[in-house]
Write a protein that binds this ligand. Structure first.
Ligand code: PLP
Length: 429
């Protein structure tokens, strides 16, 4: 097998520079909560391929389902010759997503594609155009979703012009806005009413816990207030649960923690154990407002990806991965809080289930928007963790958040080893 150094050389001459990788090591195999690189080194996985392999890498049921499906047929295009697996995934989505009402789903291949389609559907259903999004939001890298995304570097820089009729308002960010959920919602709603106008709003699109934007958990009461306003305005409330979905936060979907029933939910990442699949699920009358042929795509709901999704969902149920996510929180949170007590550079520890974050700040330097972010230390901690063999991601508008996204099947021993490596990384920086 070629070494990572050899592969890196080949890569430099063949792969576009714009597609970068976090670590310089190349993967050989991955299973459960660990990965082995081509140089024979083992890594603890606190990334899950960005919250994708919730059921673990190469999960046994997923592997078997994919193998069985790939031998039957690989692709027909659901828009040409339909198949049961697509229908079965939509049935599961209707059952698992919150809300006891008639639902419909449409399947796609990537999260960005799901978000684009949710916006298309909301505009079609309402006959309105404006889409409200939030500070720190991340919704993808296609033209429309770049416009919906807040952060310019690296996602948007030089890639404009961007799609129009998108309006950004304040997110609740307790560490930085000092507002209660109700106050933050009132402020954001005031912005919408003054700068967009309720009658123009097609959709309000929000991540119930922000992902790339910094694992921002809005203050309690914020989401329900925004959802209630959206309903009263006759607009569509879209929860982007692409990162938070499928047991990640200790429930099937993060909006369930505050009893919210979104009109539409976008899902992807954790849905299919690593196979590319995404969905828009929501109220039948909104989904079905679109004319036949108005939604689709060549690969959307590919049968292999659908088989993987069905096996992933079965695994989540069988192993009770919601309980597993809560268990991860109960083990990791006290360790992270102890770490914060030791390092004044940790401004906050937050998150839900197996979606946990540490925000790194410059102690004593408080500005108008809360404690000064320390992106340099954050990057150094992540690098130290990588050198120790821990796959660890950062995020945040200010690049100062370390995020934990282990696969939900991670063993207690692997979790303990990973947390120890994180503690060591903080100690060395
Ligand atoms: C990753 C992500 C997306 C985009 O998904 P892709 O599959 O990368 O296109 C959209 N929204 C959220 C919240 C995400 O985390």
């Amino acid at each position: 097998m070629a070494s990572s150094a050899e592969l890196h050389q080949r890569r430099s001459a063949a792969v576009a520079r714009g597609v970068s990788s976090m670590i310089p090591s190349y993967v050989s195999t991955a299973a459960g909560g660990t990965m082995t690189d081509v140089d024979g080194r083992e890594w603890i996985d606190f990334a899950a391929g960005i919250a994708v392999t919730n059921v673990g890498n190469a999960a046994p049921k997923v592997v078997a389902a994919v193998q069985a499906q790939v031998e039957r047929f690989t692709h027909t295009c659901f828009m040409i010759a339909p198949y049961e697996q697509y229908v079965a995934v939509c049935e599961e989505l209707a059952a698992l997503t919150p809300g006891d009402f008639e639902k419909r789903s449409a399947l796609f291949s990537s999260g960005a594609e799901a978000v684009e389609n949710a916006v298309k559907i909301a505009r079609h259903a309402t006959g309105r155009q404006a889409v409200v999004v939030f500070d720190h939001a991340y919704h993808g890298r296609t033209n429309l979703t770049m416009a919906l995304t807040a952060k310019v570097m690296p996602y948007k820089q030089g890639f404009g012009p961007f799609a129009g009729e998108i309006y950004r308002v304040a997110m609740s960010y307790p560490l930085r806005d000092g507002r209660s959920g109700a106050d933050a919602a009132a402020y954001a709603i005031g912005q919408i009413e003054k700068t967009v106008g309720a009658v123009n709003v097609a959709a309000v699109l929000i991540e119930p816990i922000q992902g790339e934007g910094g694992f921002v958990v809005p203050a309690e009461g914020y989401l329900p207030a925004i959802a209630a306003w959206t309903k009263a305005a006759g607009a569509v409330f879209i929860a982007d649960e692409i990162q938070t979905g499928f047991c990640r936060t200790g429930s099937w979907f993060a909006c369930q923690h505050e009893g919210i029933e979104p009109d539409l939910i976008t899902t992807a990442k954790g849905i299919a154990g690593g196979l590319p699949l995404a969905a828009v699920t929501g109220r039948a009358e909104i989904m079905d407002s679109v004319h036949p042929g108005g939604l689709g795509g060549t690969y959307g709901g590919n049968p292999i990806a659908c088989a993987a999704a069905l096996a992933s969902i079965e695994t989540m149920r069988e192993l009770d991965l919601n309980a597993a996510a809560r268990h991860i929180e109960s083990v990791a949170m006290p360790r992270l809080e102890a770490l914060a007590a030791k390092h004044p550079s940790i401004g906050e520890v937050r998150g839900r289930g197996a979606m946990l974050a540490v925000e790194v700040v410059i102690p004593g330097e408080d500005g108008a928007a809360g404690p000064a972010p320390d992106a340099v230390r954050t990057a150094a901690v992540a690098k130290a963790a990588h050198e120790l063999g821990l796959l660890l991601l950062t995020c945040g508008t200010y690049g100062n958040v370390i995020r934990l996204l282990p696969p939900l099947i991670i063993s207690d021993d692997e979790l303990d080893r990973g947390l120890s490596l994180l503690e060591q990384a903080f100690a060395t920086v």
